[in-house]
Ligand binder design. Structure first.
Ligand SMILES: [Zn+2]
Length: 278
């Protein structure tokens, strides 16, 4: 182990956004947890994206104190779901809400990156994404829960829905932030925050690094978004929570903060935002 790795592994890190569903179903979960713990990443928040992963995470959180989880339907996972389906899903969340390790709602939002070309189809999809976002948000607001937002090529539209929902801004995080400094200032002015991934380690990500600097450390959250977005030098390969310290090192140098101070700050921010105890 080199000296940087031993420095980060003696610290305490929380991966606030990962998707360990394939680790669980593929029998890799325990090995990934061992690697994570060895790297100092001692808590994972598994973020829901569809009906099947929520059930999986709730079961896993029962057995593992290091795992918290959220429930949510990702905007790209709505194909074939009707309003009636959504009602049933929201009803099932009343059960998840009582389970050990449950911490909030997400990831929910809008994703306009893969809209179909035909106008009618396109409009129907946008309508569905918006109504599913609004309904899930309403449930989160009713239960006063933190909300993890996914907004891709739809920043202004997502912000508009959040404002109209009257959600408490301090409970909203825009995950995997990839907008610029102006957008992060708009978020922060509304009490909201941005969370950053391994994108900050990519060569061509100056805009994201500028956004990171504009927000600063006070309400910062960081995440791997594993298995996606592996940080440099693992870019292009499957990501895992054990890689979080690579992202933290990069952030510490961008913000000119000692690693130990960043770790302390992030632990406080993450535990406060998600009300994580373990
Ligand atoms: Zn995600």
């Amino acid at each position: 182990m080199d000296s940087i790795a031993s420095e980060t592994s003696s610290l305490d890190w929380i991966d606030t956004h990962c998707h360990p569903d394939e680790l669980l179903t593929g029998g890799q979960f325990d090995a990934a947890w061992q690697r994570s713990r060895a790297a100092g990443v001692r808590h994972w928040i598994a973020i829901g994206t569809q009906v099947s992963d929520m059930a999986l995470y709730a079961r896993a959180a029962e057995d593992h104190d290091f795992l918290s989880f959220t429930v949510g339907l990702h905007p790209l996972n709505l194909a074939g779901l009707s309003v009636e389906d959504l009602e049933k899903i929201l009803a099932s969340w009343d059960f998840y809400r009582t389970r050990k390790g449950f911490v909030g709602v997400g990831e929910i939002g809008l994703d306009y990156s893969r809209l179909p070309g035909a106008l009618a189809e396109r409009e129907a999809l946008i309508r569905q994404q918006k109504s599913f976002f609004e309904e899930q948000l309403r449930w989160a607001v009713r239960h006063e829960l933190p909300v993890v937002v996914h907004a891709r090529q739809a920043f202004a539209e997502a912000l508009d829905i959040l404002r109209r929902s009257r959600v408490d801004g301090s409970r909203v995080v825009f995950h995997c932030f990839s907008e610029g400094p102006e957008e992060v200032q708009v978020l922060n002015a509304g009490g909201m925050r941005a969370s950053f991934t391994g994108i900050v380690t990519f060569k061509n990500a100056d805009k994201t690094r500028a956004a990171l600097k504009a927000q600063g450390p006070d309400r910062l959250l960081i995440e791997t978004d594993a298995p996606y977005l592996a940080p440099h030098p693992h870019r292009g390969r499957p990501n895992e929570p054990a890689h979080l310290p690579l992202i933290a090192q990069s952030i510490a140098s961008i913000l000119h903060l000692p690693l130990s101070e960043l770790s302390h700050r992030l632990a406080l921010n993450s535990r406060e935002f998600f009300e994580v105890r373990g």
